[in-house]
Design a protein around this ligand. Sequence first.
Ligand SMILES: NC(=O)c1ccc[n+]([C@@H]2O[C@H](COP(=O)([O-])OP(=O)(O)OC[C@H]3O[C@@H](n4cnc5c(N)ncnc54)[C@H](OP(=O)(O)O)[C@@H]3O)[C@@H](O)[C@H]2O)c1
Length: 235
Amino acid sequence: MTTALITGANKGIGFETARQLAARGVTAVIGARDEERGRDAARRLGQPYVRLDVTDADCVRAAAKWLEAEYGSLDILVNNAGVARQQEHFEPSRTTAEDLLRTYETNVFGVVTVTNAMLPLLREAPAARIVNVSSELGSLTHALDPASPFWQANLMAYNSSKSALNMITASYAKELWETPIKVNAANPGYCATDLNGHMGFRTAGQGAAIAVRLATLDADGPTGAFLQEDGVVPW
Ligand SMILES: NC(=O)c1ccc[n+]([C@@H]2O[C@H](COP(=O)([O-])OP(=O)(O)OC[C@H]3O[C@@H](n4cnc5c(N)ncnc54)[C@H](OP(=O)(O)O)[C@@H]3O)[C@@H](O)[C@H]2O)c1
């Protein structure tokens, strides 16, 4: 049995990632902070649910304990949970440290809390995969290219949280370089979800496809890479 934990899987790209993994025969554990929403999503997919608020270390520890008791190991971790906080003003000069902290609590610190709690279980699997759901908005190369469509989207809190997540991806990949575990960052592209008021032009299912691909890489696949459906994303 192949087991996966997907954080923030009650809706959007996380839900679709779980759905697509389950369709491949993976036991896709729905991690969600709200019990009702999480159980409802799990029921719709016929998959297990575990309560998981990525900002709550006790809750994450309890989830790891439950997974250990239930499965003994974990093959796939998809760090998908993310927030893009609504701010009145997005200009860096009007973004507060509090805005950054609130965003980083989920998008950055949450990933580290969950990854560290799950690593002992991931090490128990024959060749685990960790996928961090990042964003092209975290690309410094895109951000500084006036010709890029992302030049205008100067959302300091969200974008820098994804840049940090990219370095976190590289850092784990380096620590785990000599192990069979692969750690990669996925860019889903601009998908219509609650995160952006359904403004995206891709579906959540299309966005999930790259996370699923990276979650199911074979042994000669990359580690420490930032990828989207059609190839490499510049850091
Ligand atoms: N949509 C896009 O265009 C796009 C593009 C690039 C990257 N991404 C990334 O894709 C990921 C998924 O986003 P989405 O677009 O699918 O947005 P979404 O529909 O708003 O889903 C976000 C998910 O994260 C969960 N979440 C938020 N804070 C959490 C916490 N503290 N603990 C556990 N779960 C938490 C939400 O749970 P609740 O329902 O309880 O709030 C929800 O399940 C995010 O990391 C986002 O940054 C999205």
